[in-house]
Write a new protein. Sequence first.
Length: 147
Amino acid sequence: MQRRQPLVLILCLLSVVAWESVAYGDLLNAPNTGAAFKSWNQFQSGTAGQFANRAEAAKAWGAYKQANGIVTGTVRSSAAKRNFLKGLADDPNTPSSMKQWLSKGKVPPGYDVDHIKPLSIGGADAASNMRLQLRELHKTHHKFYRP
C-alpha cells in the first residue's frame, strides 16, 4: 500500500504539469479573434493558479503580449492634453468659471483629464479619447478599475 502512494503522487504531478503546459500552449496559440487579455491585471486574474510564481506569470505575459501584438506603456503627450483643454475653452457648453484655466491649456482646480479608453490597453492619446472629470470621481474610478 505504501509503495503505490508515491506512484499516485507522481502521476498526479505529471497530469498537472501536462495540463498547465497544454493550457499555456492554448493560451498562446488561441485563434486570432482578438486578445482575451489586454492588460497585466486581466492576464493575472484570467490565469490565476496556472503559474507557480509571479516570475513565471510575467514571462508568460511577455510571450502572450508578443503573440497577440499587445503594446503597453504608451507615453502621454502634454501637447495633446493642452490642445484638448484649449478646445474645451472654445466650447459654448463649458462653464465660464473654467475658461480662465482651459484657455491656457491648464486643468481647472478639482478636475483631472481622464482617458476614456486607457492608454495601457491601446487607447489613443488624442482629444477624442479624453474627458474632463471631477478629481474625486477620477480617483474612485481608478480605485476599482486598474487596466
